[in-house]
Ligand binder design. Structure first.
Ligand code: ADP
Ligand code: MG
Ligand code: MG
Length: 905
């Protein structure tokens, strides 16, 4: 293939003037933007870019693609003609930098070598032509140091040590105090280090230096740190890096020269102004490496007013051109300004929102573009509470920040204590499992000593928007003593205060003051974004969310089980309840009704238990309908297997056995144990639950339907407009649904007749088993709506038991790159997504206008929201706290397809 490409004139090398900013795939981010600046007529040193294709070829075949060497020769020759110098020439040497630059910026991950072309022969030429011998030797020692470390693989500490020693010997405080003799001697030492560490001399052929450096940049793509970084940032390993070869400009000639970095706006706040650092008498990375203290960019106005005003003009040009915050690198060589890099700069979440509305108001971007500039993740960050800045507080431990936010509470070590506590608590566990769920729900935050970002605790806490720190190495948790010991020896016992920071992973053994997010205050209706005390970020969020609402096609519903949650969801802008899980309604006190139901040995006993539950359940639904008056409330009939409401088999067996030893167990316990044994299942997730339960043991589920109907009747009588929708879980095919539907309709008709109120409810189903997705056409003949239960659909499509796999082998799977993110967090579009697509298509062709939503956790995940928008779903449903995020992302999904949607990374 490659030879073909060569024959057809395929090329790997491009002059800066040939490219543009939209060619990041081919030229890398750095190369594409150097090209853009060149074409804008800005002062960029000339050079060329070797494409990412060449790198991919190199990595795949272990050698450069054929023809690359010739192309590099041609472009180098052109550069030499343009500069009127030859690479490494003995009289007037051209020097170049060889710089890595991938599609997505990977700061500090890959390599760059400066001053290529210096040799024993050319260093003298450089000294003569610049009339600055010190500068020439300074550049030479820099080359050997950088080349030695990155190309030849010498431990950079060796050079650092030699450098420190040279400073000591010369009595020098900093690098600029070294004179030409010191630098000359240091260069000799460096060459010896290279020889002793690599067994060969530092290469004296400039062309060989260039070839080796290019190859080293290719190879730096696959260093461990680069791989780790990409995994974290979800950057594909297949992209490869481009290589930029650029004529050197010199900031280390003296005080009239220097190097700097700058932003066109403050990346922390988005405010316009002069932000940056400048270091005189310095080259490249010196300005950020901390070798000497740089000065604020404003000082450049005094140091070199000409360059300063030119820089200000260029920065304004760049901002107008990119219509965004840019960050830049520049160098001044004897009073002449050179632009070395620019890119659209990273920013904080607050800055992203402020800038989007500012640029919109300045007329630089339109509403659609403003929406593309902010993300749901950024909004989520702005919604978490945070610790008030507290410089004196010292963390006692540090873990993996798994779910952002700041939480303060007393330490508890199990669910029971968490539920019993009156004030806020932090649940501290080695790791969590589904048994800890009540504790996690009750706690303000979760702290574990084991597990990573995909552990049970992390996943569950993120789903609930609860602060969580996991994998806190060295945290020694003693359940018996009910205390933990931090790595430094600090002991925290149950009842003592801890603060955990889910954004940084820090753990404190004291109360750190927490401030609520003003953005949440706004959504709650407590803060008027127009008022003078509102931060400008709140006003920006308010505007952006309004634009998103105007644009979005998708409805956003909430998963809410209680009137409080429903009310909050409504305040946060939900268009209804997409999922009310009824199982929570049978926990706690009400458990005993379910126990009596299970133990009932006669119709009368069963009816009695149901009769006790009915009014309680009616009360539940009345509250929900009132909170969501006029909006749809989708109620899922009981889903989990009954045994979840019974005592644990092991606990109960132990209790009975102990009692028997003491001379006889309680009669009730024996009966209960018998029932628990009968209900025990090997794979309860695939057992008697969902619609199966409703068909085999109808009483309980039909009681729920009756409660829905009576609650609706009561609200209608009160003058409200309840919109109940009854959702049947876990069907595998049309027959199951049809039987359930008949039963449900009978009960609805019953209530309508008895109450004289015309109660109506839509009857639909979850699609959460592959078979249901594949037979959706038939199901839609009788179902009035579909809601994808993407959690179970993911479990059953992959055959993953979520509770088992996330905490055990998912970390290994993520590591191996089997998926870049847990399919429970972001929808697996290829597999599960295909099932969804099939069901949407066949469902809608059987019943045009079929309402389709999704109620799994994916409803609040930005990528998944975009996917569902693309499939034409009617709504997504997510936790109340995620509703604003989903609204924003639904709006963004509508505009992202339109032109201009670039990479937000
Ligand atoms: P990174 O991607 O880590 O920022 P760069 O390729 O930008 O690495 O280069 C490292 C440093 O060297 C930067 O400060 C850059 O501005 C400087 N630099 C790169 N090429 C040249 C050059 N041709 N002349 C002078 N300085 C350069
Ligand atoms: Mg750079
Ligand atoms: Mg389910």
């Amino acid at each position: 293939m490659t030879t073909d490409e060569t024959r057809t004139g395929h090329r790997y090398v491009y002059e800066f003037a040939e490219g543009g900013k939209d060619q990041k795939d081919l030229l890398g981010g750095k190369g594409a933007n150097l090209a853009e600046m060149t074409n804008l007529g800005l002062p960029v040193p000339p050079g060329f870019t070797i494409s990412t294709e060449a790198c991919r070829h190199y990595l795949e075949h272990g050698e450069e693609p054929p023809g690359l060497a010739r192309e590099v020769d041609e472009h180098l020759a052109r550069l030499e003609r343009e500069r009127g110098m030859r690479l490494g020439d003995g009289d007037d040497p051209l020097l170049v930098s060889v710089r890595s630059g991938a599609k997505f910026s990977m700061p500090g991950m890959m390599d760059t070598v400066l001053d290529i072309g210096l040799t024993d022969a050319s260093v003298g030429g450089l000294a003569r032509i610049t009339r600055n011998e010190r500068f020439a030797w300074d550049s030479y020692r820099r080359l050997i140091q950088m080349f030695g470390a990155t190309v030849l693989g010498v431990d950079s500490a060796r050079f650092d040590d030699a450098f420190e020693e040279a400073k000591r010997n010369a009595g020098a405080d900093s690098d600029i105090d070294l004179d030409v003799h010191d630098l000359c001697a240091l260069t000799g030492t460096y060459k010896q280090i290279v020889r002793s560490q690599t067994g060969r001399d530092f290469p004296q052929d400039p062309r060989e230096q260039l070839v080796m450096a290019i190859r080293a940049v290719f190879e730096s793509w696959n260093t461990d740190r680069a791989r780790v970084y990409r995994r974290q940032e979800r950057i594909p390993h297949t992209l490869g890096t481009a290589v930029n070869v650029m004529a050197m400009v010199y900031g280390n000639l003296g005080d009239d020269s220097g190097t700097g970095v700058a932003f066109t706006r403050d990346p922390a706040t988005g405010k316009q102004g002069v932000y940056g650092d400048y270091l005189q008498f310095a080259q490249g990375e010196d300005v950020v490496a901390g070798i000497r203290n740089p000065v604020p960019l404003q000082d450049l106005e005094r140091i070199d007013p000409g360059s300063y005003s030119e820089l200000m003009e260029i920065m304004a040009t760049l901002e107008r051109h990119y219509r965004d915050l840019c960050d830049i690198e520049f160098t001044i060589e004897r009073g002449k300004l050179w632009m070395l890099q620019t890119r659209v700069g990273k920013r904080t979440a607050a800055a992203a929102f402020r800038m989007a509305v500012q640029l919109l108001d300045d007329g630089l971007i339109d509403v659609a573009e403003a929406l593309r500039r902010v993300t749901g993740d950024q909004l989520a960050q702005l919604m978490f509470p945070s610790f008030d800045r507290h410089p004196d507080a010292k963390p006692i431990a540090s873990g993996v920040p798994a779910s952002p936010g700041a939480a303060v509470g007393t330490a508890v070590f199990d669910s029971r204590a968490a539920e019993a506590a009156t004030g806020p608590v932090i649940l501290v566990r080695r790791e969590t499992n589904p048994d800890d769920l009540p504790g996690i729900i009750a706690a303000a935050g979760v702290l574990t000593s084991r597990g990573g970002k995909t552990s049970h605790a992390a996943v569950v806490a993120r789903g609930m928007g609860k602060t969580c720190v996991v994998g806190t190495d060295g945290l020694d948790i003693d359940y018996g003593q009910r205390q933990f010991t931090a790595p430094g020896g600090v002991v925290v016992a149950e009842g003592e205060v801890v603060s955990i920071d889910g954004t940084t992973g820090a753990v404190y053994a004291e109360e750190i003051p927490v401030v609520d997010s003003p953005v949440v205050e706004y959504f709650e209706g407590h803060l008027d974004p127009e008022s003078p005390d509102a931060d400008s970020v709140v006003a920006a969020v308010a505007r952006m969310i309004t634009y998103a609402d105007e644009r979005r096609r998708l409805g956003v519903h909430a998963n809410a089980d209680t009137p409080d949650d429903a009310a909050r969801a409504r305040r946060f802008g939900a268009d209804g309840i997409g999922l009310c899980r009824t199982e929570h309604m049978f926990l706690g006190e009400r458990r005993r009704h379910i126990e009596s139901l299970v133990l009932a040995d006669s119709h009368e006993a069963r009816d009695k238990a149901l009769a006790e539950l009915l009014p309680l359940q009616i009360g539940d639904f009345v509250g929900l309908f009132a909170a969501m008056d006029g909006l749809p409330v989708t109620i899922r009939l009981l889903d989990p297997p009954l045994h979840e409401f019974l005592p644990d088999l092991t606990d109960l067996s132990v209790r009975v056995a102990l009692a028997e030893q003491r001379g006889g167990a309680d009669e009730g316990d024996l009966e209960l144990l018998d029932a628990v044994r009968r209900h025990h299942e090997q794979n309860p997730m695939l057992g008697l639950r969902g619609v199966r339960l409703g068909l085999v043991v109808p009483g309980l589920v039909m009681m729920q339907v009756r409660a829905v109907a009576e609650a609706a009747a009561a609200r209608i009588r009160a003058g409200d407009d309840p919109r109940p929708e009854i959702m049947v879980p876990l069907i595998g095919g049309a027959e199951e649904f049809e039987l359930m539907r008949e039963e449900i309709e009978r009960v609805l008709a019953d209530v309508a007749e008895a109450s004289g109120v015309d109660v109506r409810a839509k009857i639909g189903t979850m699609i959460e088993l592959p078979r249901a997705a594949l037979t959706a056409g038939r199901i839609a003949e009788t179902a009035e709506f579909f809601s994808f239960g993407t959690n179970d659909l993911t479990q059953t499509a992959w055959g993953f038991s979520r509770d088992d796999v996330e905490g055990s082998f998912f970390p290994a799977y993520l590591d191996k790159g089997i998926f870049p993110v847990s399919p429970f967090q972001s929808l697996d579009e290829e597999g599960v997504g295909r099932l969804v697509a099939i069901a949407v298509e066949e469902g809608r062709s059987a019943r045009p206008g079929l309402t389709i939503g999704i109620c799994g956790e994916h409803g609040g995940d930005p990528d998944s929201v975009h996917f569902f928008d693309g499939l034409g779903l009617d709504y997504v449903s997510c936790s109340p706290f995620r509703v604003p995020v989903a609204r924003l992302e639904a709006g963004r999904a509508s505009v992202l397809g339109e032109e201009g949607g670039g990479d937000s990374r």
